[in-house]
Write a protein that binds this ligand. Structure first.
Ligand code: SAM
Length: 261
């Protein structure tokens, strides 16, 4: 599925208008995030649900964090982490998407778990592309929603490129698609740094940067939106990464887990 984007801007060094940095995981290593998540998390969130559980990773970049999450959640240790274990695919399937087709191609080429983790190029904000794509994936499992969604360091890029309305729409979408949702929001200082980076490249500001009214404590704002407008509750905050981002786990207050007996 082709993602509409300006290839020229992406190839300019330093310019990554969607946060589509080619080596993102080198700067923010997956271990800094996954190590905050308790071992056995899936078992405690879904004690009785039918397997496989379905996960959706939005804005997966070149897939390093998706693979690390998969390994961590399934307790795959270093010794067996690079092989596809027959039981693992029955436990969890991950659908990972990103707006940048080149990052997705890299993710596909290097994935150690091709039978369990699918990578696809998709602009999650493009409803015409998104809806048939997500429903056809879910239908393969006879499902209408995901058990768990991951939205890791993505909210700022949606917010900068689609404004307050886009952020609200995005969070409502994730809340409607996922029973649990793990969010790593970027703090406001990252917005300023992203805008500065663009200016240094002599480019005009993000279209929406100056008109954003949702600003300040972004973890608090995102929690407020999800809990007050999107029928979710905050289950847990897993603390902050060394680069000052919190990992927040939400649960839908309306969805009935589909896999439960
Ligand atoms: C900063 S990276 C985070 C990567 C990964 N989630 C992590 O935390 O390591 C943000 C990613 O979101 C993707 N992204 C931004 N807007 C998107 C959209 N509308 N649809 C899908 N992906 C998007 C970017 O291409 C980029 O790879």
């Amino acid at each position: 599925m082709a993602a509409p984007m300006n290839r020229e801007s992406v190839h300019e060094p330093g310019a990554a208008p969607y946060g589509n940095f080619p080596n993102y995981s080198r700067f923010h290593p997956p271990e800094g995030r996954v190590s905050l998540l308790p071992q056995g998390l899936l078992g405690s969130l879904f004690p009785a649900a039918t397997r496989p559980l379905l996960g959706l990773d939005v804005g997966c970049n070149s897939g390093e964090l998706s693979v690390a999450l998969y390994q961590h959640l399934l307790g795959l240790q270093d010794g067996n982490s690079s092989t596809e274990l027959p039981g693992a695919g029955k436990e969890l399937k991950l659908l990972c998407c990103d707006i940048d087709p080149e990052l997705i191609q890299r993710a596909q080429q290097s994935s150690p778990f091709p039978a369990s983790i699918s990578f696809a190029s998709l602009d999650i904000m493009d409803s015409r592309a998104r809806e048939p794509f997500l429903s056809s994936y879910l239908q393969r499992f006879g499902r209408s929603s995901f058990d768990i969604g991951f939205c890791m360091s993505v909210t700022m890029w949606i917010h900068l490129n689609h404004g307050d309305r886009g952020l609200l729409e995005f969070l409502a979408l994730l809340a409607s698609l996922c029973t649990f949702l793990l969010v790593e929001p970027q703090p406001w200082k990252c917005y300023r740094a992203a805008a500065r980076r663009l200016r240094r490249l002599g480019r005009s500001d993000f279209e929406h940067f100056r008109s954003l009214r949702i600003k300040g404590d972004m973890a608090e704002s995102i929690t407020r939106i999800l809990t007050q407008q999107c029928a979710m509750e905050l289950v847990c905050s897993f603390g902050s990464t060394s680069w000052d981002r919190s990992l927040l786990l939400f649960k839908s207050t309306s969805a009935q887990p589909e896999g439960s007996p």
